[in-house]
Design a protein around this ligand. Structure first.
Ligand code: FE2
Ligand code: FE2
Length: 244
């Protein structure tokens, strides 16, 4: 469903109760897209706020499925503008919401920059939202940033995988079963956004062991299929190109 005709922002339910909000940005070379994910539940959770300048568009998309002031958790993988640039705008729009992030992000950045104190999660810790349960997974420096981590929604087996599998281009179907590793590797060849950590393969294996069925990517389409196999294929490609 398109929620802003001028910008092309849309919101689509990709799996039971989990919505992908996406805004195409054709001004960037080759085009790009910024996605956020809304888990609609008793305690609604937003994963990625989008850059601060996209706040009106993301707010408008959320408002098409629920009142924005119902948001309870504003979560993100790591401290970057597309992850949490509009954090304080959302905290102002949703008085019961708090930031939700990993321990390192809380310690290093979020406690200082956020207008309300964050709730930090330990590796493996779970949080019930009602009918969905999210689990935090620390992935330091994978693909980048010391504080990096991902949320995994256990009931739908959805890995909110942030910048893993970033696909270039502005226009993408909300959910695909087609190959996204090829497009994300093509994008990585242009933009060296992985950190080259030595521990990447082991962290990817930990994520693969979750056997996700949906990968909720921040840039490009969300993907449905055998997530364990796709993650392991990514690990092999990273190792082969000495990126981890
Ligand atoms: Fe990032
Ligand atoms: Fe990103």
């Amino acid at each position: 469903m398109i929620t802003n005709r001028e910008a092309g922002t849309r919101i689509d339910e990709i799996v039971d109760g989990i919505y992908r909000i996406s805004t195409p940005v054709s001004k960037l070379p080759g085009g790009f897209s910024f996605n956020q994910y809304l888990i609609l539940d008793d305690e609604p959770l937003l994963f990625h706020t989008g850059p601060r300048r996209l706040f009106p568009l993301v707010r408008e998309a959320i408002a098409s499925v629920m009142p924005v002031d119902r948001l309870r958790h504003i979560s993100f993988s790591h401290y970057e503008a597309d992850e949490c640039g509009a954090l304080n705008e959302f905290l102002a729009a949703a008085p019961s919401a708090t930031p939700l992030c990993g321990r390192v992000a809380a310690l290093v950045s979020v406690t200082d920059i956020a207008d309300r104190a964050p709730r930090s999660m330990d590796n493996g810790e779970t949080l019930s939202l009602g009918s969905h349960t999210v689990q935090w997974h620390d992935t330091p420096h994978l693909p980048h940033a010391w504080e990096c981590g991902f949320l995994y929604e256990m009931r739908t087996r959805t890995l909110l995988c942030s910048d893993l599998f970033s696909q270039g281009g502005a226009e993408h179907p909300p959910l695909t079963e087609a190959d996204i590793l090829g497009p994300s590797e093509a994008f990585r060849a242009q933009m060296d956004y992985y950190s080259h950590t030595r521990n990447g393969r082991a962290m990817i294996e930990r994520l693969a062991a979750l056997q996700p069925k949906t990968l909720a990517c921040m840039h490009g389409s969300a993907w449905r299929g055998d997530g364990a196999s796709l993650l392991r294929a990514l690990g092999e490609r990273l190792e082969r190109t000495a990126a981890i």
